[in-house]
Design a binder for this molecule. Structure first.
Ligand SMILES: [Zn+2]
Length: 187
C-alpha cells in the first residue's frame, strides 16, 4: 500500500460514507494498523465521540474544534492511519495540517464527507481536499429519476429550500440526494 496519501472519499447524503469509513477502519485493523478515527465536533448527531452509520456500525472517535491545530492536537496519539468522517466541516487549514501529517509520518489520511452543500457549492474543507488530495473517490448514490445524485437538496416542512445557512445539522431526512436537473426543477 502506498503511504503518505491524502484521500478524499466524497458523496451526497445517504451514500454510505460513514459505513464505508467504519468498514475501512475494521479492514485496516485486521491488518494490524493502528487507526485514529477523527470527526469535527460540529456533528453531534450520534453523541459527542461516537461515529455511527445508519446500518448500525459505530465506533469511538477523537473530536476537534474549528480552532484546533491538528498537528498539535494529535501529537501524543499513536496511529499509523487516520480516518476523518464529516471532513467537509474541517477548516482549510486543518486539511493542510492533515496533508502535512500524512507526508511527515508517511501514513494515509482517509477523509469521508460531502463535496457540496444544499446550494451546490463546495464546503471549505472539501474545496481544500479537492485541491490537495492525492486521490479522489466518488461514493455513488442515485436521484429518484435514476441519475447519479450530486446535490444534497434541503427540505423544510416538505418544501425544498435553496438559500440559507450552509450548515444546519439535523435529521437526515431534512436532506435528499438529487441530480442537478431534478433539483433545478423542484419548486
Ligand atoms: Zn434526478
Amino acid at each position: 500500500m502506498e503511504k503518505g496519501m491524502l484521500i478524499f472519499n466524497y458523496g451526497t447524503m445517504n451514500s454510505s460514507k460513514t459505513a464505508n469509513a467504519l468498514m475501512l477502519k475494521y479492514n485496516l485493523e485486521q491488518k494490524h494498523f493502528n487507526v485514529l478515527l477523527l470527526k469535527p465536533a460540529i456533528d453531534t448527531r450520534s453523541g459527542e465521540n461516537i461515529i455511527k452509520s445508519r446500518i448500525g456500525l459505530m465506533s469511538e472517535a477523537v473530536t476537534f474544534n474549528e480552532e484546533d491545530n491538528l498537528i498539535d492536537k494529535l501529537k501524543y496519539y499513536e496511529f499509523d492511519a487516520i480516518i476523518l468522517d464529516e471532513c467537509q466541516f474541517a477548516t482549510e487549514k486543518q486539511i493542510e495540517e492533515l496533508k502535512l501529517i500524512a507526508i511527515d509520518k508517511k501514513i494515509n489520511v482517509y477523509c469521508y464527507g460531502l463535496k457540496t452543500d444544499f446550494t451546490s457549492h463546495l464546503f471549505a474543507g472539501s474545496k481544500r481536499l479537492i485541491e490537495l488530495a492525492d486521490k479522489l473517490v466518488e461514493l455513488e448514490t442515485y436521484c429518484e429519476c435514476g441519475n447519479l445524485a450530486t446535490i444534497n437538496a434541503r427540505f423544510v416542512d416538505g418544501k425544498i429550500v435553496k438559500s440559507g445557512e450552509q450548515i444546519v445539522i439535523g435529521d437526515e431526512d431534512l436532506y435528499k440526494p438529487m441530480c442537478y436537473s431534478c433539483w433545478l426543477n423542484e419548486k
